[in-house]
Write a protein that binds this ligand. Structure first.
Ligand code: G6P
Length: 369
């Protein structure tokens, strides 16, 4: 173990820091490409992408939050409807199958019982356009879909998923671009620009990793708390969900995530100085709305921990702690923000002394129902 871990204290920390490499491995096929070709999702991908009229993403846990993020991308960039379902719900629910829908299953392990069963259910309902995004090439799920994309995160040992998630996001962004192309919604210039942003992603993630000392300092403020609230809007709402999940999983602090616009419909009643409120606040279309939501928290004496970026212009003040992300990253900024949240939960868990890589009651891959 000591050898494999090198200078790191835990697999989770190692895996967080492997993300730039995991991303560049996963995106290797576009390293020199001027344009994207559907073949990266399989031989039949061109044909299938042309026929699909919508997307249905099915997954569990962290993988489902990758799917939720992709919903924002797919609807905005490709202009087709995208829904996301939790596998354990979908498999038992009476749904209305649409054979022109692309069914995407996302799974790090490719062995999650509910996700596999949901895929079987979709196929039995007449869905033939199926795609697996998976990190394990020899897994069960990979063998059962018409199309596939293998993320190249490498083995993920820590129970709480990190590098699998960001590589899933990169794969889903490639899918978004290819669907947009198939639907004639992507100009050549935009395609080039997005490819450049993807290629730059590992460097951008590296810069987020360099924030570790400041994030570690924040962790001290969380370790003695019993509850935390995570807020985001738009494509950063699923990132707030993932940040809350990470904190629950490894530090055992009760954490909830809300789309910030929902604050006044309930969670605001919980806000006091004892419940830190983490805000994912890049300079996107929703920033002004989000700032108003932060004001609602401050007015009730809540402590804000804001992950802003270059363009956000959120100022620190009494009760408002701000960490500036190094770059503003547009559509891909969920990938950067989640890395900061991973580091936060990791350091909170360290202060609390929990078993970071093997949190109580949880398993890396849930192969029974
Ligand atoms: C378990 C793991 C999570 C993971 C989920 C789905 O709960 O602890 O990290 O997100 O399963 O796993 P999958 O392998 O299907 O992505």
């Amino acid at each position: 173990n000591a050898v494999e871990l090198g200078d790191y204290s835990h697999y989770m920390q190692k895996e967080i820091f492997e993300q730039p490499q995991a991303l560049s491995n996963t995106l290797e096929m576009i390293s020199g490409a001027g344009q994207l070709l559907p073949g990266i999702f399989g031989a039949e991908a061109a044909d299938i992408f042309n026929q699909v009229d919508s997307v249905l993403i099915i997954a569990c846990g962290t993988s489902s939050y990758a799917g939720m993020t992709a919903k924002y991308w797919i609807e905005q960039v490709a202009g087709i409807a995208c829904n996301v379902e939790i596998a354990s719900e979908y498999r038992y629910r009476q749904s209305v199958p649409n054979p022109k829908q692309l069914v995407v299953v996302i799974s790090q392990s490719g062995e999650t019982a509910d996700t596999l069963a949901a895929l079987h259910h979709a196929k039995a309902q007449g869905h033939a356009f199926t795609l697996a995004i998976c990190n394990v090439p020899e897994s069960a799920i990979i063998r059962e879909t018409a199309l596939r994309f293998i993320t190249r995160a490498g083995p993920e040992i820590g129970v709480a998923s990190t590098k699998a998630f960001t590589t899933q996001l990169s794969a889903l962004f490639l899918l978004t671009l290819l669907l947009a192309k198939a639907k004639q919604r992507l100009s050549e210039a935009n395609e080039k620009a997005y490819l450049d942003e993807l290629r730059h992603l590992p460097i951008a993630v590296d810069k987020v990793l360099a924030l570790e000392p400041s994030i570690k300092a924040w962790a001290m403020h969380f370790a003695n708390k019993h509850h935390a609230l995570f807020l985001g809007r738009g494509r950063h709402y699923p990132i707030a969900l993932e940040g809350a999940l990470k904190l629950k999983e490894i530090s055992y602090i009760h954490a909830e995530a809300y789309p910030a616009g929902e604050l006044k419909h309930g969670p605001l009643a919980l806000v006091d100085s004892e419940m830190p409120v983490v805000v994912v606040a890049p300079n996107d279309e929703m920033l002004e709305k989000l700032k108003a939501n932060m004001q609602e928290v401050s007015a009730r004496g809540g402590q804000l921990y804001v992950f802003a970026d270059g363009g956000s212009s959120v100022k620190s003040s009494e009760g408002v702690h701000v960490l500036q992300m190094p770059e503003h990253y547009g559509l891909l900024s969920p990938v950067l923000h989640v890395v900061a949240l991973q580091l936060l939960s990791y350091h909170v868990a360290l202060v609390k002394g929990t078993d970071v890589d093997k949190p109580r009651n949880l398993a890396k891959s849930v192969t029974v129902e």
